[in-house]
Design a protein around this ligand. Structure first.
Ligand code: 5AD
Ligand code: SF4
Length: 445
């Protein structure tokens, strides 16, 4: 069968789609990128904000027409919204054939094939607490960049967040399994690996919600094993909860330049009152200290972050505390979200009292600050020499190539003979914009 998978949401969902697709391909099915050519349409959905659910429901609803003209078409929904809404989805979207929960990814090929044979609608939802790690390792094709899911689920229960409910309790894979998966990818040509999890820094601490003592970090142990893979040039990870950055983990990152110098450190708010209401277990001051400790050991480090504006009860003063913390840390990238109440979470009981217009206004203010900071940061890089991992032909200009710095900045350069994707080269920057750096190669691999 020809299979089309559409993914909504985060990198974990992208990874699940890839693993699901790879398992189907192993059974002899073909993955296609055009929905009109497909026999099976799978929607991998997100629940983190209401808008994400509405977008997916709108798109899947639209498929009703296609199903009318081609009744043999199989349509399925997987991912967080599938887990969240379960069988209700059959009422809302009667033309779909299956709904598969987040803990059942490994059964995707069986479900698709049995529906094709029996033409019967079915639901499978597993208690997410028993989520299995099977199937996590399947990859579609080897490329320079690959992601590996190292944990599933989350134990933190931030009051706004639906993830612990739809992805279940946190479980970690074995270090040996992850290293074997990384080695296989690298043998196939991968040069940069992104480690994924809701709270990667809590890797290996299953069941224990408290951050470990300063000298203990199973995540650091994993990183130390991965850096030993010689042909692997770069390692990134997302997302780590700030409080798990202890001395052991910071020392490991500092000692290993293969671990990229851009860390995503979700702050969510700069107001202690709001952080407390969010059940984040740090104060703004503690967050500052973690960032300072990291910078002390790695002065070339840059940070990105996640922020929520308009959490219930967020005053002008709270928002200003967030704004000044962001400017102070100098994040060169930030994902800013307007608070969206999620049924079932603790914050859902609170009055969503910040008007939409104020949420939008606060969002715009932070975006503007971010653009200004980012432009200033790029200007500082003009004239510098940057190490770039080559990606290939630039999307915008086919005569140029692009790659990324360890700080996650995109660099556009003129290719020269012998350069290939996956090479680590040095580029002298001679022009910058707010989003990209431009330059010429000064040293090949
Ligand atoms: N409303 C808005 N943003 C949210 N996030 C998680 N839940 C919500 C919500 N209910 C944001 C957080 C998290 C990111 C992945 O999504 O900032 O870090
Ligand atoms: Fe959600 Fe908080 Fe877990 Fe992140 S750490 S997935 S925001 S509950």
């Amino acid at each position: 069968m020809r299979i089309f998978i559409k993914t909504y949401g985060c990198q974990m969902n992208e990874r699940d789609s890839e693993a699901g697709g790879a398992m189907l391909a192993e059974r002899g099915h073909e993955l296609v990128t055009n929905e009109n050519e497909a026999d099976v349409l799978i929607f991998n959905t997100c629940s983190v904000r209401d808008q994400a659910e509405r977008k997916a429901i709108g798109k899947i609803g639209f498929m009703k027409k296609l199903k009318k003209t081609r009744p043999e078409l199989i349509i399925g929904v997987m991912g967080c919204m599938a887990q969240n809404r379960g069988e209700d989805l059959f009422r809302e979207l009667p033309h779909i054939d299956f709904v598969i929960g987040t803990g059942q990814l490994h059964k995707l090929p069986d479900i698709v094939e049995s529906i094709a044979e029996e033409r019967s609608a079915q639901v499978t939802l597993l208690d997410p607490d028993n989520a299995v790690l099977t199937g996590m390792g399947a990859h579609c094709q080897n490329s320079i960049f690959a992601s590996i899911a190292i944990t599933r689920g989350c134990n933190r229960f931030c009051t706004y967040c639906i993830v612990p409910y739809v992805r279940g309790r946190e479980i970690s894979r074995d270090i040996a399994d992850i290293v074997a998966e990384a080695q296989e990818l690298v043998d196939g040509g991968t040069r940069e690996i992104m480690l994924l999890g809701q709270n990667v820094a809590a890797f290996g601490l299953d069941g224990n919600i408290n951050p470990p003592p300063p000298d203990h970090s199973p995540f650091a142990e994993l990183l130390e094993e991965l850096v030993k893979i010689e042909a692997l040039k770069r390692i990134r990870f997302t997302s780590p909860y700030p409080s798990y950055f202890n001395d052991r983990l910071i020392a490991t990152i500092a000692a290993n330049p293969k671990i990229c110098r851009n860390i995503h450190l979700p702050v969510q708010s700069g107001s202690d009152r709001i952080l407390k209401a969010m059940n984040r277990n740090y104060t703004a001051e503690q967050y500052r200290n973690i960032a300072a400790k990291l910078l002390d050991k790695m002065p070339d480090l840059t940070f990105s972050t996640d922020v929520i504006v308009g959490f219930p009860g967020e005053t002008e003063e709270d928002f200003n505390a967030t704004r000044s913390l962001l400017n102070e840390i100098g994040f060169d990238n930030a994902y800013i979200f307007k608070y969206s109440p999620r049924s079932g979470t603790a914050a859902f009981k609170l009055d969503d009292d910040v008007p939409q217009a104020i949420k939008e206004e606060r969002n715009q203010i932070l975006l503007k600050d971010l653009a200004e900071r980012s432009a200033k940061f790029n200007i500082k890089l003009n004239g510098s020499v940057q190490e770039v991992l080559v990606e290939g032909v630039s999307k915008r200009n086919t005569e140029r190539w692009s790659g990324k710095t360890t700080n996650s900045k995109t660099v556009i350069f003129t290719p020269s003979d012998g350069i290939k994707p996956g090479d680590l080269i040095k580029v002298k920057i001679n022009r910058v914009t707010a989003v990209s750096l431009f330059g010429e190669i000064v040293e090949k691999e």
